[in-house]
Design a protein around this ligand. Structure first.
Ligand SMILES: [Fe+2]
Length: 488
């Protein structure tokens, strides 16, 4: 991982990288001082049944050691722990430690601690569970856009995730759709990790790169994911993993002007190679939203570029962020709502309405976990408004809980009245049931991985997509005129 960390850095960013790599004066590091171990996080890293990435930071260079035990064998001491060793690298006045935990057993809860075995310095113990495989149900939590800049606002967002775990106590991982911080600096990353430490020590994180998460390479440095081969790592990373009966592709929408063909082709090849029955994409910029960014060229270009790809790949659910409002679409295909039939069934004691073998994709933007919320813009594109099934600003932070159990996907969104009653309200529910194919993925001809020619293609795409965006903007002109007359 260390070897790959900066190998593809672009020349234009070299100066910034040099500044970030210049070591600071070493800070005294006392043995036994666990407070010096910061930003501990476990992420997906390849096979979710057998591998995890773990990273942490120290102000002074120390070893990268991890001790790992099955939770069933752990009774407060790490005497028979399995030792792992990783790499240490310097970035932005910190030493980052990165270890790949491998040869794990599927469906197993583990306890670990990170530190330096020679100094005898260790973190608090943390836990995570491994994926039990295709036949096992699982749940996870989704939040987005913590995007705080103060201790108080990070604390509030972390309180929201407390409520998430209270509501979905069996959540096996947390997906965060990006913008972890507002201004990308050490102070805010420290505040983020300080407030979310208890969550990171509890469950695996699936991080998504947001546009506030820093250039160059901050995301890659903070989160030990196993990046896809063509991911440059400068503006974030893209990667994928199977979990249960679902395949998750995590995109980096920061290289989105337009999204690089390298990434689009990777997504196509990655999804088509998966035998999972549920296909989920997680990304920062949302393809459907009516918040502040509704008419931004990057949002429109990405919409036009990626909606056909989601259609082609048969994606069931797209989770996104960025626009700090709540938006759930109908079943969408080709920008058209699909005729859908529904059935009712009792699941875990609750009568749930399931979309029955629906066509198309559901796009969800679960507001924000933070305090900065954008109002709904009703003057946005008609095709976006027409796609919306639930469109609102609930005025409270939101988390989503998602369960996948065989042929069922159950989605719930909850708002938390953090500044008032401290009550949780379920603000949206949606569920899908579909007949599972049970078939392995069909053979396919992989899309090009000739990156030089793909970059040339990107230039052509940019012109085409800009023209398309201008045409889209024309659709807003009548509304703008009406507004102008109305205001006059
Ligand atoms: Fe954003």
């Amino acid at each position: 991982m260390k070897k790959r960390l900066f190998e593809k850095s672009a020349l234009s960013l070299a100066l910034a990288a040099i500044l970030l790599f210049t070591p600071a004066t070493p800070v005294a590091f006392a043995a036994g001082d666990i407070a010096a171990i910061e930003r501990v996080v476990v992420t997906f890293h390849g096979d979710a049944q057998t591998q995890r990435g773990v990273s942490w930071f120290t102000p002074e260079k120390t070893r990268a050691d991890v001790q790992l035990m099955k939770a069933a064998d752990y009774h407060g001491i790490f005497d028979n722990a399995v030792p792992y060793e990783g790499t240490v690298s310097y970035y932005a006045k910190n030493y980052g430690h990165r270890v790949v935990l491998d040869h794990l057993e599927p469906g197993t809860e583990y306890v670990y601690r990170v530190g330096d075995r020679e100094l005898g310095v260790w973190s608090e113990p943390g836990t995570f569970v491994t994926d039990a495989g295709k036949d096992s149900a699982f749940s996870f939590l989704a939040i987005t856009d913590v995007q705080a800049g103060s201790e108080e606002n990070f604390q509030k967002a972390s309180e929201l995730l407390d409520k998430g775990f209270e509501t979905v106590p069996d959540a096996q991982f947390v997906a965060n759709m990006g913008d972890f911080i507002n201004d990308c600096n050490n102070e805010q990353w420290d505040m983020y990790f300080r407030n979310f430490e208890r969550h990171h020590l509890r469950a695996t994180l699936a991080p998504v790169s947001g546009n506030h998460d820093g250039v160059p390479s901050w995301f890659r440095y903070q989160f030990p994911v196993s990046a896809a081969a063509p991911s440059l790592g400068l503006t974030g990373d893209y990667y994928s993993f199977d979990y249960g009966n679902a395949h998750f592709a995590v995109l980096n929408t920061n290289d989105m002007f337009p999204m690089t063909s390298a990434q689009v082709n990777w997504l196509r090849n990655d999804m088509r190679a998966s035998g999972a029955d549920w296909k989920i994409v997680m990304m920062h910029r949302s393809l459907y939203s009516a918040g502040k960014n509704y008419n931004k060229p990057d949002t429109m270009i990405m919409h036009n570029r990626l909606v056909p790809v989601m259609d082609e790949l048969g994606i069931d659910l797209v989770l996104a962020g960025h626009d700090h409002m709540y938006f759930r679409t109908k079943q969408m295909k080709g920008d058209q709502a699909q005729e859908t039939t529904y059935i009712q069934e009792v699941y875990n004691g609750e009568t749930i309405t399931f979309a029955d073998n629906p066509q198309g994709t559901i796009y969800v933007l679960p507001n924000t976990a933070g305090t900065k919320r954008y109002p709904v813009h009703p003057e946005t594109f008609q095709k976006i408004l027409d796609a919306g099934e639930v469109v609102m600003q609930p005025g409270r932070p939101v988390f989503a809980g998602i369960t996948i159990d065989g042929d069922k996907l159950i989605y719930n969104a909850y708002a938390y009245d953090i500044d008032g009653t401290k009550e949780i309200e379920r603000i949206d529910s949606y569920a899908i049931q579909k007949t599972l194919s049970g078939e392995p993925p069909a053979p396919f001809e992989p899309d090009s991985t000739d990156y030089a020619s793909l970059w040339r293609q990107d230039l052509n795409n940019l012109v085409t997509l800009l023209i398309r965006a201008v045409i889209d903007y024309c659709a807003l002109i009548p509304q703008l005129i009406r507004d102008a007359i109305g205001n006059g």
